[in-house]
Design a protein around this ligand. Structure first.
Ligand code: UDP
Length: 325
């Protein structure tokens, strides 16, 4: 059954957009999700398998049934703040889950692995742009769990010939331009969806966490990348593995930094809504500035983001939100 790609977390935000990109590129995504944070109604492309990465027997069943030619591994807990409060949850679900998945893949003969990692592996390196050569130094359990999985993949590549592409995401934003799928977290903690909930009138105001950072306007600076551009990079990563090229790490960002205040202003401009904003204290674990400095993905994968300007990302997210009612 060539053409099947196992997508863990395919019912989540990034995973569901990756499934759409895979289907468009001629693959059949098979979503494996425990629906703890994902939603089954986000699985619009390809079959759905319910299951948890802790359940090795279930993983073996899914691999035997679909014989995927590659795995795209999105399923993970991903809140920095929560990982500071509850590190055990992150080590258990993210690291042990990934280990089970890697071993199940190898036992089934599947040796291509695409992994969603994060710029949180860098920790707090204010002032510098971050690329694949920047030393990692995670400062919270989320970033540490992702960095550990990267190391596992590097070791399994050496010992078992598992080829992996590791993508370090910056701030993923926007939604499917056709509005079929979008970002939905419960509770929502991310800046752009929160700002748009305020615009839609379902939340009274946005709190801007900290205005005393060493940045031009005092609020944190982030590099936002459109989720559909990010999904396209995964298809290109898969093609790289199919060509038999060695595993590699790629940063996925736009290379442009926007402050929290600039994001709120852009959302006011795009939506035409007032969007009340209050200043509050810093959020623990936040770095002042996280911006990608790399063009390696553009160079080596021929990746060209097309929707990652701030207004387009906000407009696509707003369109998907208002379309969903
Ligand atoms: N942020 C904010 N108010 C919010 C949510 C987020 O000021 O209600 C800030 C947050 O402190 C960070 C930036 O927006 O500086 C991006 O946060 P988000 O949670 O969206 O992504 P992260 O960078 O943590 O992955």
């Amino acid at each position: 059954m060539s053409g099947h790609i196992l997508v863990t977390g395919g019912a989540g935000y990034v995973g569901s957009h990756a499934c759409k990109a895979l289907m468009r590129a001629g693959y059949v995504p098979v979503t494996l999700d425990n629906l703890v944070t994902g939603r089954q109604d986000a699985v619009l492309y390809g079959p759905f398998e319910f299951g948890d990465l802790a359940d090795r027997a279930r993983l073996d069943e899914v691999f035997a049934r679909w014989q995927p030619q590659a795995v795209m591994h999105f399923a993970a807990f991903s809140e920095v703040g929560e990982s500071v409060r509850d590190p055990g949850k992150y080590w258990r679900a993210n690291v042990v889950g990934a280990l089970n998945l890697i071993e199940a893949a190898l036992d089934s003969g599947c040796r291509r692995f695409i992994f969603s990692s994060t710029c949180s592996v860098y920790g707090d390196r204010d002032g510098v742009s971050l690329d694949e050569d920047t030393p990692t130094s995670p400062t919270n359990a989320y970033g540490a769990s992702k960095r550990t999985i990267e190391e596992m993949l590097e070791q399994f590549e050496r010992s078992h010939g598992l080829s992996s592409v590791i993508f370090r995401y910056f701030n993923v934003a926007g939604a499917d331009p056709e509005g079929e799928i979008r970002e939905r977290h419960d509770p929502e903690t991310h800046l752009i969806p929160i700002v748009l909930e305020v615009a839609a009138g379902t939340r009274p105001h946005v709190q801007m966490f900290g205005q005393d950072y060493p940045t031009p306007d005092g609020t944190c600076v982030r590099d936002f990348i459109h989720v559909s551009d990010l999904a396209d990079a995964h298809v290109l990563g898969l093609r790289r593995l199919e060509r038999g090229e060695p595993g590699a790490v790629f940063c996925l960002g736009s290379g442009n930094g926007f402050s929290v205040r600039e994001v709120v202003d852009a959302a006011r401009r795009v939506t035409g809504c007032t969007i009340p904003a209050l200043i509050s204290g810093r959020r623990p674990g936040d770095a002042a500035r996280l911006v990608a400095g790399s063009s390696k993905a553009r160079r080596e994968l021929d990746w060209e983001p097309t929707r990652s300007d701030l207004d387009t990302m906000i407009a696509d997210a707003w369109n998907a939100l208002t379309k969903a009612g």
